[in-house]
Design a protein around this ligand. Sequence first.
Ligand code: GTP
Ligand code: MG
Length: 194
Amino acid sequence: MKITSADFIKSAFKPKDYPPDMLPEVAFSGKSNVGKSSLINTLVNRKGLARTSSTPGRTQSINFFRINERISFVDLPGYGFAKVPLHIKQQWKPMVESYLKTRESLCLAVVILDIRREPSRDDIDLVEWLTFYDIPILAVGTKIDKISKNQRSKQKAIVKKSLQLEESQLVMFSAVTGEGKEELWKRIGAKLKP
Ligand code: GTP
Ligand code: MG
C-alpha cells in the first residue's frame, strides 16, 4: 500500500468527542504493551505517528488517524496491565466497549497478540465479545522477530486454536523488520471494499 498521507485527527474519551463517522474505520486493540501503536506506525511508515513506549499503558484515550484521506485508523488503549492505576483501568473497559459498540463506520477490529505468549483470558474475552457483536476480527501475532521460524509456526497454531480463528484471520507480524506488513494491508484492504 502506498501511503500518501497519515494524520493524527484527535484523541477522545467519549462518543460525543469522536470525529465524524465518515470513512471506513479499522480499530487496533489488544493487551497493553503488545505493540498496537508500533504496528500502526509500521503500517503507515511513520515512526512517531502513534505514541509508543516500553512502559505499558502509554495509550490512554481513543486516538483517531486518517490514512490517505480514505481510511480511518483507531489506536485503542490496551487492557490487562497491572502497572496502570486502578482508576484508569476502570475507565478503559467501558470506554473501549462503547467505542466498539457504537461506531458505525467500524469495519474491522484488529486484535494484536504477542506471538510468544499464549492468549490471555482478556484476549479470549475480547474475541468472544467482538464475535457476539458481529464485528469482523483480524488477529495479528506480533514481535515475530523475537522467535525462530520453528517457534513461529508452533505459536501460530496455539493462538489459532485458543481464539478459534480461521487461517485467514491470523497474520504474523513484526514492527521491527516489517514482516507481514503487505499481508496485513491486503487483509485490511479486503475489508474496506464495499
Ligand atoms: P500501550 O499503548 O501501552 O497499550 O502499548 P502498545 O500496545 O501501543 O505498545 P507499543 O507500540 O507502545 O510498544 C510496546 C513496546 O514493544 C515498545 O518498546 C516497542 O518498541 C516494542 N515493540 C512493538 N512491536 C514490536 C515488534 O514487532 N518487535 C519487537 N521486538 N518489539 C516491538
Ligand atoms: Mg499504544
